[in-house]
Design a protein around this ligand. Structure first.
Ligand code: HEM
Ligand code: HEM
Length: 204
């Protein structure tokens, strides 16, 4: 019989809660996760497109959007970490080595999501380009114009971007591996519905 999808959490029989529970991520953590994932994708598209363009109005507009969205992303990641401290995530279901791998990869994702906007801000400051948030306010320049520093910050920003892409691909692969091979609830507990018959994410 086909598995049934419902907007309810079948483990409790109630609507998905705001806060995380030992069984699943709550609505706040889920919303922040998927919003950040969408923004990171847009950041890649804007960043790579801008980098491929010669100096032009189109490049400046794309970069301005890239910077504004990057700052928004930075704020959302801080909010997400604060929420994580307030409401603990469900425990990892895997055995010790895999549990450590999940913790390390999530830690690396958070570190890159926090470091990339700071390096981007340093890159813009060193290139004497002011960073503004959708034209509403400007951030102070972190350093005086410095071509050598700008060069190193660009290399760092690019390297971090490709490292982030690699970790995200592994992360998505791991989510599908849990879902299709291990058949546990690791993926569904990050989704706003639950599948009947999935093993709980509680550690053994
Ligand atoms: C998590 C957030 C961010 C991600 C994932 C990201 C990603 C990228 C990527 C993939 C590129 C293209 C690299 C290349 O192929 O050359 C790029 C370029 C760039 N990023 Fe970001 N970025 C982020 C945040 C920011 C922020 C907040 C700023 C500035 C405040 C910024 C400033 C720049 C600049 C100036 C470039 C263009 C470099 C050039 O001159 O070619 N980035 N970014
Ligand atoms: C740029 C894209 C993404 C980023 C930056 C990202 C980042 C993260 C982070 C940092 C966590 C840890 C949550 C915590 O406990 O604090 C997480 C969890 C999770 N992500 Fe993503 N994610 C992305 C895309 C995706 C996609 C596309 C999927 C599904 C195919 C996915 C599935 C999951 C799942 C299932 C969890 C929960 C893992 C668990 O319960 O241990 N993520 N993600």
């Amino acid at each position: 019989m086909a598995e049934e999808l419902t907007p309810m959490d079948r483990s409790t029989g109630h609507a998905i809660p705001l806060r995380n529970t030992p069984e699943r991520y709550g609505i706040v953590a889920q919303t922040l996760h998927w919003l950040i994932a969408a923004l990171v994708t847009v950041q890649f598209v804007f960043g790579v497109k801008a980098a491929s363009l010669p100096l032009s109005l189109e490049r400046l507009i794309l970069l301005a959007r890239h910077k504004s969205l990057g700052l928004t992303l930075f704020a959302l990641v801080i909010l997400r970490l604060a929420w994580r401290m307030y409401s603990s995530p469900p425990p990892q279901p895997s055995q010790a080595p895999l549990r450590t791998a999940a913790r390390l990869s999530h830690g690396l994702l958070y570190a890159l999501l926090l470091a990339m906007p700071i390096v981007g801000w340093l890159l813009s400051s060193a290139s004497s380009l002011t960073v503004s948030w959708f034209g509403l306010f400007s951030l102070p320049n972190l350093v005086t114009p410095d071509r050598r520093l700008a060069h190193w910050m660009l290399l760092t920003h690019q390297t971090m971007a490709w490292l982030l892409l690699t970790v995200v691909v592994i992360h998505i692969g791991a989510a599908f591996w849990h879902h299709f091979i291990l058949k546990d609830n690791v993926l569904t507990r990050m989704l706003p519905f639950t599948r009947r018959g999935r093993r709980s994410g509680r550690p053994p």
